[in-house]
Structures are given as structure tokens and as C-alpha cells.
Design a protein around this ligand. Structure first.
Ligand code: FES
Ligand SMILES: [Fe+2]
Length: 343
């Protein structure tokens, strides 16, 4: 039996829905797990998320406006407060609306430069937490990608395409062999690769020559992942246990990290952001974004070409030993009972 949308475990996960910088004075229309939402900013600057449907006559609330810290419907001007309660009906000004006149409100949090929403209560306190990352960060995106969220995450975890899709950037055809690596289990059984070494012709925005790069891959949630890089030759790239000299505080610190956040808009439609964390104090935000933009727009046509668009969890695709992390990610989705964006 196909589960109804209310039974989806995905509904109780926190999902990124917009960059914080995207939300201004006007309400934003969004879709999460096939459900239309409106995101708007209340009088204290907090984001609020409602089902994008006026309880009066079904007009999308995103057609309305924010007025005096309330969301006002475009059709008859009903006004809704931050908690979704209807606080004013202009046609019956003396009437005190009851809770049956309320918009359907969802929980919202801000984290990593994005607004996050969940559609049902669940065990997670909030969006995935990140620790010990470089202090400077920029958000890159959104990218609307015509494929499932799990296809996007699996591509982010896949290194054996670097020499082909990112030739001259993250890999080259003289270094296509994937070294043996161990997959470990992180929090909640999410797969991670603590040590992965790769040769990269241009590993980041400011690199001028090739370098060996030490990676750490972590799946953070069914639709999010983190890649941490230590570039050899930088303080952050000194292998643990060796004498580093200089400032010891930075010896094991990451040089940079890329968090991938995917909003499962529909089962075969995704909205993607990256939060880039870096110790690079000289490159502009624009050049940091331009590097990530170059890389992801190399991935995007391949992602949109894959069939099926949903990630096959029950066979049908061939694997090699280089795909251990992808295989672990697929097993994790099964264990998490994920059904949205998989087949
Ligand atoms: S439909 Fe929204 S106020 Fe009537
Ligand atoms: Fe890629």
C-alpha cells in the first residue's frame, strides 16, 4: 500500500526552504514535499510558515501582503497573526474569529543561513548541527534541479565522477582511481567517511595549482551532507600526530567545508543550497560563490539526465567498490524509512 502523505517520516524532518537573505517584506510561495507553503516575516523579523491556502476560500496566502506584522489575504483581506490565528475580518470588523478561522502554521527555525520548516513534530530538536567549522560562511544557491533530493545527495557523496564531470577542477583523467576508504556510522546511523584522500587540480576558489586534499564526508540527514576539506600544505592539512609548528590551535582545523542542503520540493524536483565555510579571508563572497556555481552547474546536467529520477533503493543499478559510500547512503535511507524521492 502506498503510504499517505501524513504517514511520511519525511514530514517530521527539518527541511531548508529558503535562504534567510531571500525573505524580505513580501511573502514567499514555496513547495515542500509537494505541499504549497507561504513563508513570511512577522513584526519581530522571525520567519513564519503557513500552508499556502486561506481557510476562508482557498486563495493562496502568498498572493497577499504583510501588513502591520500580519499576513493579509489578497481576496477578502482576512489578517493572520504570527501563530496563524485569524485576527481581523474586514467585512465583519467587530467579530472575534475563532480557532476554526486559523491558517495552518508550521514550525520554522533559522540555521546555516537558511530558514527550515518541518510539517509534523518529531524527535529532532532542530536542523542538523555543525561543529568546529571555519568561521566565515556564505550561502550559494538556490538551484532548482529536476531530480529527486536523494539523487542530489548521492552525487555530492560520489568522488569517482570528479575526473570526468569536473575535469581540471576537482579531478583529472590521470588520477581517476578511487583510493580504498572506510565508511563508518555517525549519529543516528548516518554514514560518514572520516578519511578520504584525493588529488585535485583546483580544489577551491583561491587554489592556483593541484594539491592532495583530505576529505571528510558526513551524511547529516536523509537530504543533507557535509564535506570538510584539509588541503595539504595548509595548517589544516597537517596529518594528526605530526609536528606542525606555528599556532597549534589551527593544526586540526578544517580549511573549508561545504554543506549541501536539499529541499525535497517534489519527489522528482529539488531546491539546493550550499553553505560554504572557509578560512579564506581574501576571496570575495562573489568569487567563493562563483567557484561553487561552476562545480554545481557541471553536476546539474548529469543529475537531470539520470533515470529514474528517484533513487533506486531496491536494485536495478550496478555498483563498484568505489561506490561504498553511495551504497551506505542507500542503506541509511532504507533504515530511515524514507519513501519520498526513492523507488
Ligand atoms: S479567501 Fe482569503 S480572505 Fe477570503
Ligand atoms: Fe560533482
Amino acid at each position: 500500500m502506498i503510504p499517505s502523505i501524513d504517514a511520511l517520516p519525511e514530514r517530521s524532518l527539518w527541511h531548508p526552504v529558503a535562504a534567510q537573505a531571500e525573505l524580505g517584506a513580501d511573502p514567499l510561495a514555496l513547495t515542500l514535499l509537494d505541499q504549497p507553503l507561504v513563508l513570511w516575516q512577522d513584526a519581530s523579523g522571525n520567519a513564519r510558515a503557513f500552508a499556502d491556502r486561506c481557510p476562508h476560500r482557498g486563495t493562496p496566502l502568498s498572493m497577499g501582503r504583510v501588513h502591520n506584522g500580519r499576513l493579509e489575504c489578497a481576496y477578502h483581506g482576512w489578517q493572520f497573526g504570527a501563530d496563524g490565528r485569524c485576527v481581523h475580518i474586514p467585512a465583519v470588523p467587530a467579530f472575534a474569529p475563532s480557532s476554526t478561522h486559523a491558517a495552518c502554521a508550521y514550525e520554522v527555525r533559522g540555521a546555516h543561513g537558511l530558514w527550515w520548516v518541518r510539517l509534523a513534530s518529531g524527535a529532532d530538536e532542530g536542523p542538523p548541527a555543525l561543529a568546529e567549522l571555519p568561521p566565515r560562511w556564505v550561502v550559494c544557491g538556490p538551484y532548482d534541479v529536476a531530480t529527486s533530493a536523494p539523487r542530489v545527495v548521492e552525487n555530492f557523496l560520489d568522488t569517482s565522477h570528479f575526473g570526468f564531470v569536473h575535469e581540471g577542477w576537482l579531478g583529472d583523467r590521470a588520477h581517476t582511481a578511487v583510493p580504498s576508504y572506510e565508511v563508518a556510522a555517525g549519529p543516528g546511523g548516518a554514514p560518514c567517511v572520516p578519511h578520504y584522500r584525493a588529488w585535485q587540480p583546483q580544489a577551491n576558489a583561491q587554489a592556483r595549482e593541484g594539491a592532495w586534499v583530505d576529505y571528510r564526508y558526513e551524511v547529516l540527514s536523509p537530504y543533507g551532507a557535509l564535506l570538510t576539506k584539509h588541503v595539504a600544505g595548509d595548517a589544516g592539512g597537517v596529518p594528526s600526530g605530526t609536528e606542525a609548528g606555528g599556532e597549534s590551535g589551527d593544526v586540526t582545523a578544517a580549511q573549508e567545508a561545504y554543506a549541501l542542503w536539499v529541499c525535497p520540493v517534489g519527489a522528482e524536483a529539488s531546491r539546493v543550497w550550499f553553505t560554504l565555510f572557509t578560512r579564506d579571508g581574501s576571496s570575495s563572497d562573489a568569487s567563493l560563490r562563483a567557484f561553487q556555481h561552476t562545480i554545481f552547474t557541471q553536476d546539474q546536467p548529469v543529475l537531470e539526465s539520470q533515470r529514474p529520477r528517484r533513487l533506486p533503493l531496491s536494485g536495478g543499478e550496478a555498483h563498484s567498490a568505489a561506490d561504498r559510500l553511495s551504497a551506505a547512503y542507500r542503506r541509511y535511507l532504507v533504515a530511515q524509512r524514507i519513501t519520498f524521492g526513492v523507488c
